[in-house]
Design a protein around this ligand. Structure first.
Ligand SMILES: *Cc1c(COP(=O)(O)O)cnc(C)c1O
Length: 419
């Protein structure tokens, strides 16, 4: 394992000339919709990245789970290379020889009948909402334009106008109205509140099985089963946004299923593109996805052969199972180490699998400050990349291919950063 010596680490106070030059370009010409840590990445392999100064870091964010298989997983880059040399884009005006196999294989992995391929996570959410509304009118018999969807407070489902319309984050909504109507927000994890919000016009309940951006919030035991029961009793679709939770992050293909519950509609994204390109999907049975008829929904890039070839390789990696087993084992080690930090710079830790939220003691610093310390690697053996969320929380989501030694190195760095 390469270690980052103190002399190399530099840190924000001497970020390095190349890093500073890139920061200037981004400041002048890249929209300021993010506030990145002062690290400019130039290469990646597995759980490691290298920045423009030649410093190496352990990647404990993994693209918010888009890089579940690590950087440039050989099976995934090989699938992409093979497809690059055949055909990359056809549009849906024609078929392509990757689309049918991809949808068949992904549907089988998820245990549903059909797949609607899209590109980004937000598009999967938008598409899921459109399918739910259409199903509500065509199948449930809700009067035209009356459909309602129940969602959770503190949720994150993406950045489009309709999706931020039901966000409870003032930053995500402020200045973007007027908003799309038809959403009812209830507290996450509160089954009685959800039950009370259901009306005859409710067509769907949209929830993350674990709230990622909110700080890796795991709902109370039994909550998802109650959601299922409420949806079934009220003839509403249970739409599970597994864009971040799904495809291995928790050590399972689906976090909802791991809780012993089956939703009607699964929304997938992030890791489905293997860290190579945006690939997302709505996955459901034919009685739900079958409501879409030609011309009613679409995407120029959705289901393109390159995306499908990469997606097929992702499905194959998950289907094989050993990576999920590895994730569960590594998750145990991660959480065991994190629990020891409570009372030593952390006030609480949460999560499951290779996914954790660490609440930083405000006396030690903010989540952002801890992430800056982790990246600098000062006084620690290794620089670690992680990202704060909602002020005090540091979110950890290392690639599933991470080794025990790498997890222990990350834990040691976190222990130091929290001192
Ligand atoms: C990231 C995320 C999205 C949005 O995905 P994008 O690809 O950024 O549009 C939607 N839902 C959840 C739960 C996410 O974590």
């Amino acid at each position: 394992m390469t270690v980052l010596a103190d002399s190399q680490a530099g840190g924000a106070q001497a970020a390095g000339a190349r890093t500073a030059a890139h920061a200037r370009l981004m400041a002048e010409h890249s929209a300021h919709n993010y506030h990145p840590l002062p690290v400019v990445i130039a290469g990646g392999q597995g759980a490691w990245v290298t920045d423009v100064e030649g410093r190496r870091y352990l990647d404990f964010l993994a693209g918010y789970s888009a890089l579940n298989f690590g950087h440039r997983h050989p099976a995934l880059t090989a699938a992409a290379h093979r497809q690059l040399d055949r055909v990359t884009l056809t549009s849906r005006a024609f078929g392509n020889d990757q689309l049918g196999p991809f949808c068949t294989e992904l549907a089988a992995l998820v245990g549903k009948q059909m797949v609607l391929p899209m590109n980004t996570g937000a598009e999967a959410v938008e598409s899921g909402l459109k399918v739910a509304r259409k199903w509500g009118y065509d199948v449930k018999g809700v009067p035209a334009d009356r459909a309602r969807v129940v969602v959770a407070a503190e949720a994150f489902h993406g950045r489009t106008i309709s999706v931020v319309s039901f966000s409870t984050d003032p930053e995500a909504r402020g200045g973007f109205g007027p908003f799309t109507p038809g959403f009812d927000v209830v507290p996450y994890g509160d089954a009685p509140a959800l039950r009370a919000a259901i009306t005859p016009e409710t067509v769907a309940v949209l929830l993350e099985p674990i709230q990622g951006e909110a700080g890796v919030i795991v709902p109370p035991a039994g909550y998802l089963a109650e959601v299922r029961e409420i949806c079934t009793a009220s003839n509403a679709l249970y739409v599970s946004d597994e864009v971040q939770a799904g495809l291995g992050r928790t050590g399972h293909v689906l976090a909802t299923r791991a809780a012993g519950v089956d939703a009607d509609v699964y929304l997938l994204g992030k890791a489905l593109g293997g860290g190579i390109m945006p690939v997302s999907a709505v996955v459901a049975d034919a009685d739900v996805l079958g409501v879409l008829k030609p011309g009613q929904h679409g995407s120029t890039f959705g289901g393109n052969p390159l995306a499908c070839a990469v997606g097929r390789a992702v499905v194959e990696l998950l289907e094989e199972g050993s990576l999920l087993e590895h994730t569960r084992a590594m998750g145990e080690i991660l959480h065991e180490g994190l629990r020891e930090l409570v009372g030593h710079g952390a006030t609480a830790v949460r999560g499951t699998g290779l996914w954790a939220g660490v609440d930083v003691d405000p006396a030690i610093g903010t989540g952002r400050e801890i992430c800056e310390r982790l990246a600098r690697g000062v006084d620690a053996a290794v620089g670690v990349l992680a990202k704060d969320t909602h002020g005090p929380t540091v979110r950890l989501s290392p690639p599933l291919v991470i080794t025990e030694a790498e997890i222990r190195a990350g834990l040691a760095a976190l222990r130091t950063a929290l001192r």
